[in-house]
Design a protein around this ligand. Structure first.
Ligand SMILES: *Cc1c(COP(=O)(O)O)cnc(C)c1O
Length: 482
């Protein structure tokens, strides 16, 4: 069994296996005609369930053949230009190379003595990101598993800063976020043990951006009620609409009220490297903490994310000194242990993917890719505006398009149109020809394109709109016949 471990005796086998694995993926990627096969969980569960996990197969080849059938054959392919559903990106090749390296070396980034150069590379990337944001000389941060964890950690730091040493309960803590903010804000509040109504939804304007005047009123109401505003979460790229809250006005309000400003740029962080649209993030440099998801708009494989803070000292709220791992005297001797500022202990060297991306593609190259996606979204918006079969919600600030199938001659029955939109999305996914998302706007069902693939063309968008129209029309016809 030792022959299965990576060591100096097995390196030839290792080389061969990595080649076999990448060959298999390459074959599937090359052959994928559709983003999805439309397989149902029921059909696949039978095949996965039939595997006897106590009886290994004869060799690796057999295991890969089985994997082809259980997973790769029906995988959802984000590289396909008609995958338009969620914030998943096609991945950059240098990042995949990084993934291959980091998983084999298997460094753990919690302490220097488990990672050495890995820690320094992660710290350089944190410095680089903080500088791109403009957080100033005292900034710091850490890579995380994703935006959800980054938001949780940022709000934990904000809570500790707000309550200080007083753990006695004190005034009730409040978080302010727009009604289009990510659900992980509410979830974080729950995990932090805050009251069920701790997150105060702030109204948005007609482009789904937080209204600074509404924030002001909410903060004043909070103070009058004797509650303690713990943080304001501004979103730079809401998940549904890609809307960017007015960061300068929100930052000014936060400064005046002395409230922690967290900017959730999980989606919008790609603007940090955009050669043409960086100004859309103006004001982000005033944040106390920022979430960035490299696995969204930097074309990195999952996971690659970070939380950045303006004041490195605030990270200590996430730390703990354990005698066996990172005793205080290591910090006193200047040994960099990233666990001192992380919620995780054992942690992947995900930063390596971004490192190789910047060293090969370059920041401008990544920014150009994101820019081309934003161009495509603008073109898609024009397409929808000129198409009487659809009603489109807002002009995109990033790369999502939220729209509803409402052809002029369709019946004026909103519930029926809801059902037709729902059906169109499901029927399209079942056909595998394209995958789109759905969401609810003002109680009604809408469809959604999330563009993150520079290979998607306007012709792709037009073709998918035709497919959606076909499915929805067929649904109404069947409904009428019934
Ligand atoms: C995706 C997203 C998150 C959550 O990030 P994960 O990496 O999926 O955990 C948080 N906020 C926003 C605005 C997002 O779009």
């Amino acid at each position: 069994m030792q022959s299965h471990l990576l060591n100096s005796a097995s390196v030839d086998t290792y080389r061969q296996l990595v080649r076999d694995g990448s060959d298999l993926v390459a074959r599937h990627v090359a052959a994928a005609q559709r983003p999805f096969t439309g397989v149902t969980p029921h059909a696949l569960a039978r095949e996965v369930g039939a595997v006897d996990l106590d009886a290994p197969l004869a060799d690796t080849r057999a295991a890969l053949d089985e994997l082809s059938r259980l997973y790769l054959r029906d995988a959802v392919w984000f590289h396909h230009p008609r995958y338009l559903a969620h914030l998943n990106c096609p991945v950059l090749l240098p990042a995949l190379l990084g993934e291959t390296v980091l998983t084999a070396v298997n460094s753990s980034l919690d302490t220097w003595d488990q990672s050495a150069g890995g820690t320094l590379i992660e710290r350089r990337l944190i410095e680089w990101t903080a500088a791109r944001i403009g957080l100033g000389p005292d900034a710091d941060g850490v890579f995380t598993s994703g935006g959800t964890q980054s938001n949780l950690q940022a709000l934990l730091l904000a809570r500790e800063e707000a309550v200080g040493a007083d753990r006695s309960g004190g005034p009730r803590l409040r978080i302010f976020a727009s009604d289009a903010a990510h659900f992980s804000v509410v979830k974080s509040a729950r995990l932090l043990g805050l009251a069920a109504d701790a997150v105060v939804p702030v109204a948005t304007d007609d482009r789904r951006r937080m209204e600074p005047a509404a924030l002001e009123r909410a903060l004043e109401r909070c103070r009058r009620a004797g509650e303690l505003p713990m943080a304001v979460v501004a979103t730079a790229g809401t998940t549904d609409f890609g809307s960017i809250d007015p960061l300068p006005a929100i930052a000014e309000t936060c400064a005046r009220h002395g409230v922690w400003l967290h900017v959730d740029a999980a989606y919008g962080c790609g603007l940090l490297v955009s050669p043409t649209r960086r100004t859309r993030l103006a004001g982000i440099e005033q944040a106390d903490s920022v979430t960035v998801d490299f696995h969204k708009s930097f074309f990195q494989p999952v996971s690659s994310s970070a939380v950045l803070v303006r004041d490195a000292r605030t990270l200590r709220h996430a730390g703990h000194h354990a005698d066996y791992l990172n005793p205080r005297r290591m910090a006193e001797r200047g040994i960099p242990n990233q666990v001192d500022g992380s919620l995780q202990t054992t942690r992947r060297f995900d930063a390596l993917k971004l490192w190789l991306t910047l060293r090969v593609v370059g920041a401008d190259g990544v920014g150009e890719l994101f820019d081309s996606v934003l161009d495509r979204a603008a073109e898609g918006h024009s397409l929808l505006v000129g198409d009487e079969r659809f009603h489109v919600v807002v002009e995109p600030q990033l790369s999502t398009l939220v729209f509803r199938w409402t052809p002029p001659r369709a019946p004026r029955d909103a519930a029926l149109i809801d059902a037709a939109n729902l059906h169109a999305r499901e029927a399209l996914a079942a056909s595998g020809a394209a995958v789109v998302a759905g969401t609810v706007v003002d109680g009604r069902h809408f469809l959604k394109f999330t563009l993150l693939n520079p290979a998607t063309t306007v012709a792709d968008l037009a073709a998918v709109l035709d497919l959606l129209d076909g499915h929805a029309t067929a649904y109404l016809a069947a409904d009428r016949a019934a």
